[in-house]
Design a protein around this ligand. Structure first.
Ligand SMILES: [Fe+2]
Length: 186
């Protein structure tokens, strides 16, 4: 449950749900190389989404973005949310890292979801710049979000959270594989 993120001991909260978008719409968004980056005023979400993402065919995507943005704003009591929507054909951040933000909502449509490490399996020194991460973490210790699932990942600047943000990375993609990634920042 996403609201669990408010607990100090919780670093990852997941809402398990099926992918709300059809494979056809995801493929179309990827073919059109959809790339959105904008701060949306929550009071005027509908109009802002229509401006950022025009086109009748994107209505199901706008509906889901509305839901996620509205939920995020309610949960954290903010009046603006930072939306990014990206069609990806290769990993954006293939190295394990922690985000220097308070918290981020993530959802992948139509492709493999983000990978993360439970706090107790992060090997010492893994995040040291220049460190060769290859082979440092066993594949079975890497948790992965499923397509459509919504997650909140705490970062390094969440309240009194320094040093304990979620260690995560982009999933690798096989040739021809695509994913449509949405993130929301506060
Ligand atoms: Fe990240």
């Amino acid at each position: 449950m996403l609201a669990d993120i408010m607990s100090d001991e919780v670093q990852v909260a997941v809402w398990d749900r099926p992918d709300p978008l059809s494979p056809q719409l995801v493929a179309q968004a990827c073919d059109e190389r959809i790339a959105i980056k904008s701060w949306l005023p929550v009071a005027d979400l509908d109009a802002a989404l229509n401006r950022s993402l025009p086109g009748d065919h994107y209505q199901p995507l706008r509906d889901d973005l509305f839901l996620l943005a509205d939920m995020t704003a309610c949960l954290f009591g903010v009046e603006e949310v930072g939306l990014r929507v990206m069609a990806l054909t290769k990993p954006m951040c293939p190295r394990f890292h922690v985000d220097r933000i308070p918290v981020r909502l993530l959802c992948t449509y139509g492709g493999p979801g983000s990978e993360w490490l439970p706090g107790n399996v992060v090997p010492a020194g893994l995040l040291t710049p220049g460190e060769d991460q290859y082979g440092r973490v066993a594949a079975e210790q890497v948790a992965q979000l499923a397509t459509g699932q919504v997650a909140l990942f705490k970062g390094d600047t969440w309240r009194d959270n320094p040093g304990s943000g979620v260690v995560h990375r982009s999933p690798s993609l096989s040739p021809g594989q695509q994913r449509l990634l949405v993130t929301l920042d506060i």
